[in-house]
Design a protein around this ligand. Structure first.
Ligand SMILES: [Mn+2]
Length: 288
């Protein structure tokens, strides 16, 4: 148990939080959705995603591999509803506690803004990171409705940390965000159609990334036919098989952190929660 967490439920196949084995993974949930601008409800993401994990078998047939990675579930961090900055600070502190234990963080959101807490801690530890950001949106606004810390600005804050960005599945953005991408040298874009038509080019690009990599998955990257319960549903997203290929390709890289955010559902067995849970389950299977 970390200092600032409580445990409502644990992800299936997680180990007891005693005798922590170094170089394994630690899960925390962040039940926070205070800056949400459309569908609320991602504060319940951690609980429905964990519950859905009990539907999977230890043998992962997709990858012909058993889930044998050691990982711990430390429960949810104590968020401060209505205060994004303080909540992200708690996430940063909690991730730092995990790094002290030599654990790599897996974050279950919650809204996307909470990724900044995790990425601040990891940038401090590793220096330059490549953030592979799977999302329908760029989240690159400098401010959103006057707010610097928001689900719509999170990747701008991450970029300010000095990270290279690879944005995958993009299909909604503002003219300002497109201008910003053009004005920088270290944001690579694979729109949803690029993924559908040129998966080989994407795989080639991801295979050649060097150095520590962080994966941030906004569930709205997946087509809303499969994952409708998200903060900002956007038609025309990625297929499950494409997500599997991307995760398998990335699993050969030096992955230092992973988050799956924006599952906005209050219903056990919700398809979005099942897909979010599967992405974490696949990642844990592949990363060993
Ligand atoms: Mn999004």
């Amino acid at each position: 148990m970390l200092l600032n967490t409580y445990e409502p439920w644990k992800f299936a196949f997680s180990s007891e939080n005693e005798d922590i084995k170094e170089n394994s993974f630690g899960i925390i949930g962040v039940p926070f959705d205070s800056t949400v601008s459309y569908h609320s409800g991602s504060r319940l993401g951690p609980i429905v995603v964990r519950e859905a994990s009990f539907g999977f078998e230890k043998y992962n047939t997709i990858f012909n591999k058993e889930l044998s990675t050691t990982f711990y579930d430390f429960g949810d961090v104590n968020v401060i509803p209505g205060n994004c900055e303080k909540t992200c600070q708690i996430v940063e502190d909690t991730v730092n506690e995990m790094l002290d234990l030599n654990l790599k963080p897996i974050i279950i959101g919650g809204e996307h803004s909470v990724s900044i807490g995790s990425l601040k801690a990891l940038s401090e530890k590793y220096g330059k990171l490549t953030v592979v950001h799977l999302d329908a949106h760029r989240d690159l606004a400098f401010e959103f409705i006057g707010e610097k810390y928001s689900h719509a600005t999170v990747m701008r804050r991450v970029h300010e940390l000095g990270a290279d960005l690879v944005q995958i599945g993009i299909r909604s953005s503002s003219a300002d965000e497109e201008e910003f991408v053009k004005s920088t040298y270290n944001i690579q874009t694979f729109k949803n159609k690029d993924v559908h038509k040129h998966m080989d080019a994407l795989e080639y690009y991801l295979t050649n990334i060097e150095g520590p990599v962080y994966i941030s998955i906004d569930m709205d990257v997946v087509d809303p036919a499969f994952a409708p319960s998200v903060g900002n549903p956007t038609p025309g997203g990625l297929f499950i098989s494409e997500m599997e290929t991307i995760l398998e390709t990335l699993s050969h890289k030096d992955i230092v952190g992973f988050d799956v955010v924006e599952t906005a559902s209050n219903k056990l067995g919700d398809s979005t929660a099942v897909v979010a849970s599967k992405l974490i389950y696949d990642f844990l299977t592949l990363i060993e």
